[in-house]
Design a protein around this ligand. Sequence first.
Ligand SMILES: *Cc1c(COP(=O)(O)O)cnc(C)c1O
Length: 388
Amino acid sequence: MDDTWLARIGAMRSSLSQPATTPIFQTAVYDFEDLDALEAVWTKAEAGFIYGRFGQPNSQDLEEAIAKLEGAEAGLACSSGMGAISAALMSTLEQGSHIVAAQGIYGGTSSLLLKELGRFGVTSSFVDIQDLDQLERAITPQTRLILIESLSNPLVIVPDLPAIVALARRYRLKVLVDNTLAPCLLKPHDHGADFVVHSVTKYLGGHADLTAGVLTGSTELIQLARRAAITLGLTAPAFDCWLACRGLKTLSLRLERHCFNAQKMAEFLSDQSQVKRVYYPGLPSHSSYLLAQKLFAFGGGPLVSFELAGGYLAVDQLIKCLPSIPLSPSFGGVNTSLSYPAKTSHRALSTEEQERCGIGIGLLRLSVGIERWEDLCAEFAVALGEKP
Ligand SMILES: *Cc1c(COP(=O)(O)O)cnc(C)c1O
């Protein structure tokens, strides 16, 4: 009968040579030579892994790389950006805690604050992050944390991070910065942020083929976040971490190109008669122009938003005339894509609320890819009905 040996196939073999890159450690559990080995690994006296949900070599590679990228002591790989934000919040807040968050943050994050944490007695206030007085007035004795994004979506506003951290310090609050939209451009820990979060799904992975998140911070904070993440089942699977590490190798090259192309596209769109308004911090007309110049290592960011004078019908027409540019409710891939915030990221808001947040029915968001910018401009010129 074959049952016994079949059940035992696939054990690791020892080898004098090493794989040149970390293989995918697709295993749910690790076996130990004896009880001493089990004890040594469990008590962290020796390096080793125990069980998939506790972490594996691929998640460790990703954690170490992003901790280094962000200049943090430690990192925690999670199954998604939302998982990373959840781990940070679940490990720092308690019943009765209050959060001050930037208005217009990622929909999943505001849902987490209001619909999930709200049921456990955690309250949240949302403020215009460009108004520091409003931010300060929202702080209560129960406030524990300020949650902001390093570049907002879709209007690409840059918060004054040094000023916000200084305010947080005065009230002994932690600052969590979601840096998904500005990797390499901004290092929030350098300005004193306690937590940095990334949706690795976007630029860090960079190829629209994985879902993961990462949280960085001090050894102490990450240790607590790791405990919460392991208990809640928020840790990352090996394959997505492996893909993320592969994507990370070209991160800074990609970001330079994304930003260079975004600047070119923003300038090009500004010259088009059908375009009512362009939002890009690399343009002097944007309210965050000076802050982007001061805080970003280079460029004005990888996203450009623009408003078509013709509203909904013009949006529909443009999308149909750009066959090579997909309508895609995400961003951060190597190819350029378009998104329509009124019907995707901000669809939960009423039309009046959308207008108040500046999300008009003619607004499109461009995730500028790494193609040749001349090709992109030519395609848009044709689609907008103008000669290049
Ligand atoms: C996409 C996104 C998230 C959530 O990330 P997932 O990987 O989808 O969970 C969080 N914050 C921002 C700014 C995002 O764009």
